[in-house]
Write a protein that binds this ligand. Structure first.
Ligand SMILES: Nc1nc2c(c(=O)[nH]1)N[C@H]1C(S)=C(S)[C@@H](COP(=O)(O)O)O[C@H]1N2
Ligand SMILES: [Mo]
Length: 318
């Protein structure tokens, strides 16, 4: 059973939407005044709880889509370390410990370094970014994330000329992650990007959502968000970032190489071997009989990212 603690209830949930939007405008004002990120000071000490992490919206990537209700964002999840059903992560992640937390950065970098979570919270000004998220399974959400471009962290560690790819290794703690008992994939869950993808301003080092720190089920305390790729590329609860010369084999590539490739760019024209990717169901919005939405190439971010794949056959590099 899912027990909701008071800390899980954020203003955006208990205030009617127009007021939430006003709050967003207010924050925009704060950004214009150069106040930078506000909030992010308090950090709950008990495992599983979230605290305020409010940041001014970055409207450079603004989209018109309606936000997916927080309730859906935090109860309909894929996080196999906590179980295979969509409700499992919210139900089974309460014992997962996210503090203290460190992310070690190693490999082909001039300045290898271990960041504490508090350092990551301060490495660059936090922004709110509303992104579409498209799962390879055919559903999508629109989520107000809090974080900053991964490029900030990458620049801080000074990649060498041999750093062609960036690998993201996530937590695998058998004591607090009951899903590790099932061998669906080889743990830990590993994902990777080409370095230019990782450096792209859209690629978000993510520390919160809906104005609070990340709930455990969404990848606390730090995760990746790559909005133009299928959701599985966005690894949760990252513990290690490794810069390498050769293309890494991700956990999903090892598990089912014919179904999950390295690139995984959202593409309605390239079906999964077992289903079409032409349409999607928007979680929380569509009624049972509502028509599905057309899936957009690069999840609608083509103007920003298509140039990364110029000259590449996107059927071959799926
Ligand atoms: N460590 C880890 N990261 C993960 C997953 C996972 O099972 N384990 N699932 C992925 C998939 S398939 C999706 S769709 C997104 C879901 O993110 P959300 O639950 O925050 O919406 O997380 C991705 N990151
Ligand atoms: Mo997914």
């Amino acid at each position: 059973m899912l027990i909701r603690r008071p800390a899980d209830i954020v203003p955006s949930e208990i205030t009617p939407e127009p007021i939430y939007l006003d709050r967003r405008r207010l924050l925009q004002g704060a950004a214009a005044l150069g106040l930078g990120s506000i909030g992010g000071m308090a950090w709950a000490q008990s495992a599983g709880a979230t605290t305020k992490l409010v940041a001014p919206p970055n409207n450079a990537f603004a989209i018109m889509d309606k936000l997916t209700p927080r309730k859906d964002v935090t109860t309909y999840n894929n996080f196999y370390e906590f179980g295979l059903d969509k409700g499992d992560p919210a139900e089974n992640s309460g014992k997962f410990v996210t503090r203290p937390w460190t992310v070690s950065v190693e490999g082909e970098v001039g300045k290898p370094r271990t960041f504490g979570i508090e350092e990551l919270l301060k490495l660059a000004p936090l922004e709110e970014r509303v992104y579409r998220m498209r799962c390879v399974e055919g559903w999508s959400m629109v989520i107000p994330w809090v974080g900053y471009s991964m490029a900030n962290l990458i620049k801080a560690v000074e990649p060498t000329g041999n750093a062609k790819y960036v690998e993201f290794i996530t937590a695998a703690d058998p004591k607090t992650m009951p899903g590790l008992r099932s061998r669906v994939i080889e743990w830990p869950y590993i994902e990777a990007l080409r370095i230019d993808e990782a450096m792209h301003p859209l690629t978000l080092l993510t520390l919160g959502l809906y104005g609070e720190t990340l709930p455990n089920q969404n990848g606390a305390p730090v995760r990746l968000i790559v909005p133009w790729k299928y959701g599985f590329k966005s690894g949760k609860s990252i513990v290690k970032i490794r810069f390498v010369e050769k293309q890494p084999t991700s956990a999903w590539m090892k598990t089912a190489p014919s179904e999950y490739g390295f690139y995984a760019n959202v593409n309605p024209d390239v079906p999964h071997p077992r289903w079409s990717q032409a349409t999607e169901r928007r979680i929380g919005e569509d009624g049972l009989f509502a028509p599905k939405r057309k899936t957009l190439k690069f999840n609608g971010y083509g103007d920003q990212v298509a140039s990364l794949y110029q000259g590449m056959d996107l059927v071959k590099f799926y």
